[in-house]
Ligand binder design. Structure first.
Ligand code: ATP
Ligand code: MG
Length: 189
């Protein structure tokens, strides 16, 4: 099966392009952010812990997210593939993903790195704040999330490169063109 990592800064369009890939290829989609927000809504133990970190724009601890991810992945093994959206976000998570897949005879097929300029990212997130009302979509928390992204998550690009799975896509103002390029890449794996 295909194991696709979709990677990029907050607001880079991970959810949007994941949806396009789900529609085209019938993949299952794991968005760790969506799973955590559902846990918060349901008031679970994990949700209570996650809420404290998300509101501050910080990452939730690696061990919590890694356990959760493996459980969700195991419900999706029958389909054509899985898209990992919002995971991994640290080197520890990346190594855990590699081990988790290896233990199941699987591997990362490709990582799609979405490159978008920071002013477009900020504009999109502030706009989304008005529509979705996410607790972490305010200017102060967004700045913290960018900072967390650049310090903890961005270094993963080198790791993906070393693993030989990195593929990069630069947003040039046209979402449909970006979708076309991403689909072509996924068709070639
Ligand atoms: P976007 O969805 O627009 O790309 P984003 O990447 O910041 O923006 P989510 O992926 O929804 O948003 O994540 C929201 C928050 O959930 C993060 O700021 C973090 O607190 C928590 N979170 C999500 N995934 C992880 C992860 N893999 N490790 C640790 N924390 C996570
Ligand atoms: Mg998202």
């Amino acid at each position: 099966m295909d194991n696709i990592v979709i990677f990029g800064a907050p607001g880079s369009g991970k959810g949007t392009y994941s949806a396009a890939l789900v529609e085209k290829f019938g993949y299952n989609h794991i968005s760790t952010g969506d799973v955590l927000r559902a846990e918060i809504r349901e008031g679970t133990e994990l949700g209570k812990i996650a809420e404290r970190y998300i509101e501050k724009g910080q990452l939730i601890p690696d061990d919590l997210i890694i356990d959760m991810l493996a459980d969700v992945y195991d419900t999706m093994r029958e389909g054509p593939g899985v898209i990992f959206d919002g995971f991994p976000r640290t080197i520890v998570q990346a190594k855990a993903l590699k081990d988790m897949l290896q233990a199941r005879g699987e591997k990362i097929s490709v990582t799609l790195n979405l490159i978008v300029s920071e002013d477009i990212l900020m504009e999109r997130l502030l706009n989304r704040a008005k529509i979705e009302g996410r607790s972490d979509d305010n200017e102060e928390t967004i700045k913290k999330r960018f900072n967390v992204y650049y310090t903890q998550t961005h270094p993963l690009i080198e790791w993906f490169k070393k693993e030989g799975v990195l593929s990069e896509f630069t947003f040039k103002g046209d979402k449909d063109l970006m979708i076309k390029e991403i689909i072509e890449k996924v068709e070639s794996i």
